[in-house]
Design a protein around this ligand. Structure first.
Ligand code: ATR
Length: 277
């Protein structure tokens, strides 16, 4: 039996154990996934213990996604660009760090949009860890225009400067109010902030008054499944994309890195939706 885990704090509400254990059972594989609640000061000890137990792989979540990087043997290039690791693979005793959040997001988004990504003008709202994941894969995939808006504009400029040293991606930075006024420029608008997340379900990240009719509004939040912002979008007849898909796909990609098998994501989505109520 192979053991897999999650390192985070807190982890009590995580749906990852449910999702991965169901996938192991469904595929007839001998694997078990357990969530470990580990505070920041004990992260190194936890990783040492994982090594001792020869844990086959694990996920990393808040608050450890950045700190874990110093405790691993190797880090995948895209995870380096994002500056965070959410998945670790045991390769013959060496722990390799990956980031499946960005790719997971992309996989889910591509199922929703009906235009090629490279023709799309994309607005990313936020400049934290989640924004870095999304912006990195979009810059790597190539979009027509990538714009980042954030309350603290210096953080958006940091992301832009970081990527332009890697790729010659077309990235611009705007203030939140400029983004609102020029929202009609964008084909995809992505909320990566926590604005609208339970329990603050009445907040919205940006006014959609000037959105174009063909826009896709995408929110990384999955609790609630439909944020107030997406509800507003649907009321206007806009296409929306919620965070359930990203959560499922990041898990599926991690599962694939660990086992070589891509799990049934429709089944995972059902499970997660049921859990979220
Ligand atoms: P995560 O890893 O989830 O992205 P984070 O790194 O703490 O979390 O980033 C949070 C993001 O949400 C930031 O872009 C933050 O804006 P600032 O950089 O200005 O702090 C944004 N954010 C969170 N709460 C916000 C609020 N009430 N209004 C505007 N932006 C907010």
């Amino acid at each position: 039996n192979k053991l897999y885990g999650l390192l985070g704090h807190p982890v009590g509400h995580s749906m990852s154990p449910l999702m991965h254990n169901d996938a192991f059972t469904h595929l007839g594989m001998k694997g078990y996934y357990h969530a470990f609640d580990v505070p920041e000061v004990e992260l190194k000890e936890a990783v040492d213990a994982f090594r001792l137990l020869n844990i086959s792989g694990f996920n990393v979540t808040i608050p450890h996604k950045v700190a874990i990087m110093n405790l691993l043997d190797e880090i995948d290039e895209e995870a380096v660009m994002i500056g965070a690791v959410n998945t670790v693979v045991n390769m013959d005793g060496r722990y390799i760090g990956y980031n499946t959040d960005g790719r997971g997001y992309l996989t889910s988004l591509l199922k929703t949009i009906d235009r090629p990504l490279h023709e799309c003008n994309v607005l990313v709202i936020g400049a934290g860890g989640a924004a870095r994941g999304v912006a990195t894969v979009l810059a790597n995939e190539g979009v027509a225009l990538l714009t980042i808006a954030n309350r603290t504009i210096t953080k958006a400029i940091e992301i832009k400067d970081n990527y332009q040293s890697y790729r010659h991606a077309n990235i611009t930075v705007v203030s939140m109010s400029e983004a609102e006024d020029n929202l009609g420029l964008y084909d995809i608008v992505i909320n990566t902030t926590s604005i609208g997340m339970s329990p603050n379900v009445n907040d919205v990240p940006i006014s959609i008054q000037h959105a174009k009719p063909s826009v896709v509004l995408s929110d990384l939040i999955y609790n609630p499944i439909l944020t107030k912002w997406l509800i507003q979008g649907e009321a206007k007849g806009l296409k929306t994309h919620n965070g359930v898909g990203m959560f499922v796909e990041q898990g599926a990609l991690a599962f694939q890195l660990w086992t070589g098998k891509y799990p049934d994501t429709e089944r995972m989505t059902e499970l997660v939706r049921k859990q979220l109520g």
